[in-house]
Design a protein around this ligand. Structure first.
Ligand code: ADP
Ligand code: MG
Length: 307
């Protein structure tokens, strides 16, 4: 039995007199023990999806099951079995680290000590500050405390909504290490993020944009299925180069990528590199697609198919 089954789930919001489609009918499932990433920009529908899966929001259509339990009928049982770390800091700012943990343990009728082994790795970093009000912790420490609080009742499935947004690079890395360790303990993890470089840390990822899942696969497969070839090009005037690249018929797409422009060409086009040099590029080299390139391609294909 999969840990999560989302079947045809959709959601609209009423904003004044108009409707906003936050989620088009969406279907996917997450296996037990998987670390599953939901990657997409602001407004893509990640929080809406998580709130439906965590029984906090009703879908307009479709169904969700968590460990075989129905999100509408069995919501109370589901809440006992899942952990949820919302995007916005959700702890009691005036309560100390210890008090927050105890509070969440009490809600779930358990004791902090009971599942300390699950969170000890994380908690030991917080322990020196256990008397400090949560509101006075650093960003990275707040994330750790929020994760501990979401884990205190030993959930089977953990939902994390953008846990690394606004966290510095070192703390982000540490946070993902912690998720890997929780996964090793058999916990299913659903995590949303706007950072595409985090995709490679997941077993599978769903790329989501404007309320639609564009693809669900392992990061490796997503990259392997990239249908075109990419050249990385650099010039002395990057802006002028990009403008020129976009005008060439053999160029399918061109966009800035780090210090280079990525130029998408047909797989069999072996004249392009030379032609791009003729446009004034000083450096042109083949380039492996990344998840970000795949995402840009998927968005482009979607735009083409709906226009
Ligand atoms: P994400 O978490 O990926 O940023 P959300 O699920 O928060 O995306 O939002 C998806 C879409 O739904 C966005 O267009 C957002 O503006 C809209 N939306 C979210 N919550 C509400 C709400 N309570 N009322 C109206 N529109 C909303
Ligand atoms: Mg969100």
């Amino acid at each position: 039995m999969p840990a999560i089954v989302v079947d045809g789930v959709s959601k609209k919001y009423l904003a004044g007199k108009s409707e906003v489609v936050a989620l088009h009918p969406t279907t996917f499932s997450v296996e037990q023990g998987e670390l599953f990433g939901c990657i997409g920009p602001d407004g893509a529908g990640k929080t809406t999806l998580i709130r439906i899966m965590t029984t906090l929001l009703l879908a307009d259509e479709g169904s969700v099951t968590i460990s075989g339990l129905d999100a509408v009928r069995d919501y109370a049982a589901i809440r006992q079995r899942i952990g949820y770390m919302p995007g916005k800091f959700s702890l009691y700012q005036d309560l100390s680290v210890e008090e927050n943990l105890r509070f969440f343990a009490t809600i779930f009728k358990t004791q902090v000590e009971e599942n300390m082994h699950l969170i000890y790795d994380i908690y030991k970093q917080l322990e020196p500050f256990k008397k400090r009000p949560a509101g006075k912790l650093s960003g990275g420490m707040k994330q750790k405390l929020a994760l501990c609080c979401a884990m205190v009742h030993k959930p089977e499935v953990l939902f994390l909504d953008e846990p690394t947004t606004g966290v510095d690079a070192v703390s982000r890395k540490e946070f993902w290490d912690m998720l890997q360790r929780l996964k090793q303990q058999g916990i299913t993890i659903f995590v949303s993020t706007p950072y595409m470089d985090e995709a490679s840390l997941c077993d599978r990822v769903a790329l989501i944009q404007e309320g639609r899942i564009l693809s669900v696969d392992t990061p490796k497969q997503i990259i392997n299925q990239y249908p075109k070839r990419i050249l990385a090009a650099k010039g002395t005037n990057m802006y002028a180069l990009l403008k020129l690249l976009k005008q060439q018929t053999y160029v399918e797409m061109a966009y800035p990528f780090g210090d280079y422009h990525h130029v998408v060409i047909q797989p069999e086009d072996d004249k392009a590199a030379e032609q791009i040099r003729a446009l004034g590029a000083t450096e042109v080299m083949p380039c492996e697609p990344s998840i970000e390139d795949s995402f840009i391609m998927a968005m482009q294909q979607k735009t083409n198919s709906t226009s």
